[in-house]
Design a protein around this ligand. Structure first.
Ligand code: SAH
Length: 220
């Protein structure tokens, strides 16, 4: 059984990472405080313990990745999270991003399409701490119609297009943060969509990022 320890060294490295995120332009103190409270090394293989606080993405299992801290901070800042908001996340992966949202006091519903990764959520280290975080095995393109509508939606994989069912599950004035493939499919443009009262949405465009693909259907 793995022992989880958050040492002074880890805490020190984490604080330095928050300073770096500030330098890179992250200004939302609620985001930085949540990330400073969460031991990112708990979400990675013990072999990566020494480098867990570098601003890098890392492989987890099943060919997937834990997003770069800057990307997590950037998407979370764009999401403008308020306590008690209902947030749907597509792409649970390592559960790090979902934990940041739960730490900020949101009610988090997160979906993963890969069975192995979903099964791992049963050993989630913070199970007793975050009762506001719920895990689902399913296809993110479908969302969670029975749990919606949501105040916010965050997609943490490269979307080929804006999934219409996820727009349908947003409240009016609700926001979606979504990295959408550019023409060559190599990068994604980060978009913030705001749903209008008539069901359409307006769009703001931000920087380019690089995510693993959002894939259709579930996988065993
Ligand atoms: N939020 C994660 C990032 C994981 S990478 C973290 O903090 O670690 C993206 C994840 O999206 C992968 O685990 C991948 O399996 C998952 N994914 C891809 N397409 C999906 C879909 N259609 N529905 C749900 N999850 C999906």
């Amino acid at each position: 059984m793995r022992k989880f320890e958050d040492t002074y060294r880890h805490k020190g490295l984490r604080k330095k990472l928050m300073d770096l995120l500030r330098e890179k332009g992250i200004t939302d103190e609620a985001v930085l405080s949540a990330m400073n409270n969460i031991p990112r090394h708990f979400f990675l293989d013990t072999a990566l313990d020494n480098i867990a606080y570098e601003d890098r993405a890392f492989p987890i299992s099943d060919g997937q990745t834990i997003s770069q801290p800057y990307t997590v901070a950037y998407q979370t800042q764009l999401l403008q999270v308020k306590p008690h908001e209902k947030i749907l996340e597509i792409g649970t992966g390592s559960i790090y991003q979902a934990t940041v949202l739960a730490e900020m006091g949101a009610k988090v519903f997160t979906i993963e399409r890969q069975k192995n990764l979903f099964e791992k959520t049963k050993q989630y280290v913070f199970k007793s701490q975050y009762h506001n975080l719920k895990f689902f095995y399913g296809d993110g393109f479908e969302g969670l119609p029975t749990f919606g509508p949501f105040d916010k939606v965050i997609i943490t994989a490269a979307a080929p297009f804006v999934p219409p069912k996820l727009i349908a599950q947003l409240k009016t004035n609700g926001k979606m943060i979504i990295p959408v493939d550019d023409e060559d499919g190599e990068h994604q443009r980060m978009l913030r969509l705001t749903k209008n009262a008539d069901g359409s949405y307006s769009e703001e465009a931000f920087h380019n990022f690089s995510f693993v693909p959002m894939l259709k259907g579930k996988s065993n």
